[in-house]
Design a protein around this ligand. Structure first.
Ligand code: IPE
Ligand code: IPE
Ligand code: MG
Length: 225
């Protein structure tokens, strides 16, 4: 049976969830943050899951209206400060992936603070993808290697990425079937699952059902059974 050691989720559908209820899009982000906590808690209790990577803000999301971007930044700052205690209680290590230098100094400080305060936690690792784009991640990795003599190997490049672990199970909520620049390198052999469920409606039970299906898939990695 397959083991879902690394689960990655494209948390999509917050805006539509809110609009369907006649609410402002940002309400959907607020609700989505609660689901981040529920899913992280569920994963932290699993013996099998070691890494949970959540797509929270892409390098393309800056194109959104300024007010929505500002709201997301504030929500992130508040979430991290409020949930520090939860990270510690669940023994979850928090690590950002993505280029956080684009964020305000104070948000960067919060991110670094949570990273440091949870550095000793040795349970689940929660990678939060913040100003993350897979192409940007790969380019930054290549640039770190550009002065090296000789050929670059797969391993050398992999070691320079923000997230160094291959994805086993990649899930996208919200009904679209695309990767939107998420973990392109790490998902080379990921099993892809798409669900119509909008992120604020996604529950640990839904995740459990997907994991169950995932365990039965025949993964061949290019070989034969
Ligand atoms: C995902 O939900 C959250 C972020 C991208 C920050 P969306 O905000 O993309 O919600 P939809 O896809 O518009 O419904
Ligand atoms: C992907 O969702 C990014 C996050 C979930 C953070 P988007 O809503 O930004 O993706 P597109 O624009 O539909 O591809
Ligand atoms: Mg979306």
């Amino acid at each position: 049976m397959n083991k879902a050691k690394h689960i990655a989720i494209i948390m999509d559908g917050n805006g539509r969830w809110a609009e369907l209820q006649g609410k402002k899009r940002v309400k959907g982000h607020e609700e989505g943050a609660k689901v981040v906590k529920a899913i992280t808690t569920y994963c932290s209790h699993s013996k099998e899951i070691e890494y949970l990577t959540l797509y929270a803000f892409s390098t393309e999301n800056w194109k959104r209206p300024r007010l929505e971007v500002e709201f997301l930044m504030k929500l992130l700052d508040n979430y991290l400060k409020k949930e520090l205690q939860t990270y510690l209680e669940l023994n979850v290590r928090f690590e950002p992936v993505g280029d956080i230098r684009a964020f305000s100094k104070s948000l960067q400080k919060t991110i670094r603070m949570i990273e440091e305060k949870t550095a000793h936690c040795d349970g689940l690792v929660q990678y939060l993808a913040l100003n993350y784009g897979a192409q940007d991640e790969i380019i930054r990795a290549v640039n770190k290697l550009k002065n090296i003599e000789g050929n670059i190997t797969t391993e050398m490049l992999s070691n320079q990425l923000d997230c160094k672990h291959a994805v086993d199970l990649l899930i996208r909520t919200g009904g679209d079937h695309r990767l939107s620049n998420f973990l392109l390198w790490q998902s080379a052999y990921a099993e892809l699952f798409f669900t119509e469920t909008l992120w604020p409606d996604f529950t640990p039970k839904d995740l459990e059902k997907i994991i169950k299906k995932f365990t039965k898939v025949e993964r061949r990695f290019g070989g034969l059974k």
